[in-house]
Design a protein around this ligand. Structure first.
Ligand code: ZN
Length: 74
């Protein structure tokens, strides 16, 4: 993926990710297809859903964020 330019100020953006801090440690946030559905034992149901890691770009000038959850191979 080429590094995008900020859609707000056209400055270069830095690649990163959204951090999730769980009891298991630090993780990369994931995109999950469909609306959130609660379960009583796991918090949210994700079984059978498409899950993709989120890559996020941050504008080094204005701080605007742009996130992508591309499918495998895209
Ligand atoms: Zn910007």
């Amino acid at each position: 993926m080429t590094t995008p330019r900020c859609s707000k100020c056209s400055h270069a953006m830095d690649e990163g990710f959204i951090l999730e801090h769980t009891q298991g440690g630090y993780l990369q946030a994931q995109w999950v297809a469909g609306p959130p559905q609660r379960t009583w034992w796991m918090g949210l149901k994700i079984r059978g859903r498409e899950v993709r890691p989120i890559v996020s770009f941050c504008c080094s000038r204005c701080g605007h964020l742009e996130s992508y959850a591309k499918p495998d191979g895209a």
